[in-house]
Design a protein around this ligand. Structure first.
Ligand SMILES: [Zn+2]
Length: 97
């Protein structure tokens, strides 16, 4: 896998991570808030399940395309700290699928 393929895969992973994060985390917080507002415990379970789903997705998605090592939570890295592969410029997802 050449460096352009790695950067393209990383751009897609960043895009998916932002998409899932900006939808699941607010939904989880909203459901937890509604749980206490409406006194409906099932909403807390659903909110917790969404939060756990986000964690599971992150563990699967947020990996180096080259060595499949788990990347740091901050997306400020430009290289993989495990294998040294350049993973691209953080925040550049606009030209992604
Ligand atoms: Zn790596």
């Amino acid at each position: 896998m050449n460096s352009e393929e790695v950067k393209e895969k990383m751009r897609r992973r960043r895009y998916r991570q932002k998409l899932i994060s900006f939808s699941l985390i607010p939904a989880s917080v909203l459901l937890t808030f509604l749980c206490f507002l409406l006194n409906a415990g099932v909403l807390l379970l659903v909110g917790g399940a969404l939060a756990l789903g986000w964690v599971a997705f992150t563990m699967l998605n947020w990996r180096c395309p080259s060595c499949h090592g788990l990347l740091a939570i901050t997306s400020g890295e430009t290289t993989c700290e495990k294998c040294g592969t350049e993973i691209g410029i953080p925040g550049k997802t606009s030209d992604c699928c």
